[in-house]
Design a protein around this ligand. Sequence first.
Ligand code: CTP
Ligand code: CA
Length: 223
Amino acid sequence: ATELTSNADLKGKRVLVSAGGTLEPIDPVRYIANRSSGKMGYALANAANARGAQVTLVTTKSDLPVPRGIQVEKVVTAAEMEAVLLKHFPTADITIMAAAVADYRVAQISSQKIKKKNETWELKLLKNPDILKHLGQIKRADQYLVGFAAETDELLKNATDKLLAKNVDLLVANDVSRSDIGFGADENQVLLLRPQKDVKTTPKVTKERLAHKILDEVLSSSK
Ligand code: CTP
Ligand code: CA
């Protein structure tokens, strides 16, 4: 199943995928963003769709093509993404949190454009809810949850901490300090971590191929 062909090993499964970076508005003309391209999430949604799953994609992106048959929910902020994911989560067999959720939002969104009258500007930010951690807390035994970790250093240590803290079944750890893989790149190389299991390192492959490898890992480790 690692080939980019469609075999129907996810037929009958509902797969929920989040993709892209959330945007947190500051005022009507400005927002806080991050470098997520959405490619990994879209590749996962496409791969699951090709393998026969019923896919819902919750995404901040509108510039990437979506194949017919995938249900797309467009969101902007982390709060919107959480609400839409919580709506679909109860019926999902497999949930994959590939989105880069903003860790903070602006405390007071201004309804008017903020003028540049001052030499400095301090923006107060509030921590966003951790959507993946929330899903890890409410997931049932028959649900499979996949998280990502974006790290610039101490990849294995930070990823292991997230695997446990967020109660996920599979954690995909990304080294985002390298420009040839990770954010924006077409290829990726990751560590795959599961509770009480040895870490696996994937080869550097296209995000499409990696998506299939991640789904292979999900299928081979789900009950
Ligand atoms: N995530 C989430 N909600 C947030 C932040 C992150 O659901 N508010 C999810 C991401 O989608 C990803 C995982 O948590 O699947 C890890 O995201 P990452 O940014 O690597 O870790 P954080 O827990 O946010 O910690 P930090 O950014 O401080 O490393
Ligand atoms: Ca984060």
